[in-house]
Design a protein around this ligand. Structure first.
Ligand code: ADP
Length: 401
């Protein structure tokens, strides 16, 4: 079975074709600048040079048409005809409270997604455009929606409710949702498969540490807690996002600097995190690490604060689950930066009996047990694969049709 995975942004579209019999990625690509002058498509087939197609694309429909042309192109295509695609899996950022799992898309689902737009005004409209474009270009193919928020729907009210007047929850669905759901779901289930413990009761903490960063706690694959909230701003310190701050800071800075609430949110989303803490060096952890190595004090504090916050969440999630069996590091930083993994575990998690073996931790980008044999908690590096998770859900739903 071949699945086309689509991840649409407001001016971009990422795609992959995955052969689900082998889980091989046949090709992947990225369309940039949709609706903006200078749009281009970069198509990648493993073992071949990248193909770059430059053509102005006025909308997502045109982008999908060009992707389809690339997929069946006699030279750089990977399928003979679109008939070979069995189904299309779409990443959808916000499913609100309605979608606790992936779903076959029909008119009713699209209407419900439109209603969730208020909760993710930057993302959901683009996701819906991607779905509509695929329906127009490949009529009759099953389209499946896989939600960033679905995993977090496992949380109980004590974890997802904010201590606000309940009318905001009842009338506007203001609650904690948790994001990066495809990643937390995929990685926690890989951990259950690898750890050799009872998969129904194993307590797992997944640290998804990338430019966007979040942590989840789950028991037997069911989410207990997740660090992101109504929006992906809550929780950890991120590349440019502040994560948790005292909400009172907003009013204080608005008054001091004469910015309005939208301006304040832009500061919290785009100017904060390790970028802000490092004095504007970079939102990329590698640049901040380099500056810290060269003696830059702000860079050192930024990295210390990032790791400290991750460790505090791990501690609080161990409390939330009354224990932890497995801790996993994933995403750009989690998969590649052994120093971050080692320091979080050595400095802060000794009381849980966590012991990371430096030899085992000397690894990047592949599944590995990095804790020592006498560690009370197993610690893993597990690369995330959100596209594969989307394709797996798509196969599951289509095979039930
Ligand atoms: P996102 O998907 O949220 O954009 P990624 O998961 O791709 O983020 O992670 C990107 C981050 O991973 C970058 O900001 C970079 O700092 C970090 N990263 C990638 N490779 C390394 C590395 N070798 N060492 C340290 N950090 C790395």
């Amino acid at each position: 079975m071949k699945v086309l995975v689509i991840n649409c942004g407001s001016s971009s579209l990422k795609y992959q074709i995955i052969d689900m019999d082998t889980q091989d990625v046949l090709c992947k690509g990225l369309v940039e600048r949709i609706g903006i002058e200078g749009s281009l498509l970069t198509h990648k087939v493993p073992g071949h040079d990248d193909v770059v197609i430059k053509e102005d694309m006025k909308d997502h429909k045109r982008a999908v048409e060009l992707v389809m042309e690339a997929l069946v192109d006699p030279e750089h295509g990977v399928i003979k005809s679109l008939d070979e695609i069995d189904a299309i899996g779409h990443r959808v950022v916000h499913g609100g409270q309605k979608f606790a799992k992936s779903v076959l898309i029909d008119d009713e689902v699209k209407e419900a997604l439109n209603k969730c737009t208020e909760l993710a005004p930057l993302h959901n409209p683009a996701n819906i455009l991607g779905i509509q474009a695929c329906e127009a270009v490949m009529p009759g193919k099953p389209n499946v929606g896989v939600f960033d928020t679905a995993f977090g729907m496992g949380m109980e009210p004590k974890a997802f409710m904010y201590a606000l007047p309940t009318k905001y929850y009842e009338e506007y669905e203001v609650r904690r949702y948790g994001f990066h759901g495809q990643s937390h779901d995929f990685v926690s289930h890989r951990a259950l498969a690898l750890c050799g413990k009872d998969p129904a009761t194993t307590k797992v903490i997944v640290c998804h540490l990338g430019n966007g960063a979040s942590i989840s706690a789950s028991i037997g694959g069911k989410c207990v807690d997740s660090s992101m909230g109504l929006t992906p701003l809550e929780g950890l310190i991120m590349g440019t996002r502040s994560g948790n701050v005292d909400p009172g800071i907003m009013q204080f800075i608005c008054h001091k600097e004469g910015v309005d609430i939208d301006g304040m949110l832009a500061i919290l989303n785009k100017k904060s995190g390790i970028f802000g803490l490092s004095g504007g060096i970079s939102s990329d952890f590698r640049d901040v690490q380099k500056a810290a190595d060269e003696g830059n004090e702000k860079a050192k504090i930024a990295l210390d604060a990032f790791r400290y916050r991750v460790a505090k969440y791990i501690g609080s999630y161990a409390a939330a689950m009354n224990g932890v069996d497995v801790i996993v590091f994933t995403a750009g930083l989690g998969e590649n930066d052994k120093l971050t993994r080692q320091e979080i575990c050595d400095k802060y998690l000794g009381y849980l009996g966590v012991k990371v073996d430096p030899e085992r931790n000397n690894v990047r980008g592949k599944e590995a047990l990095i804790s020592s044999d006498d560690s009370k908690v197993q610690v893993y590096l597990i690369p995330t694969n959100e596209e594969l998770k989307i394709a797996m859900d798509t196969v599951k739903i289509v095979s039930e049709l």
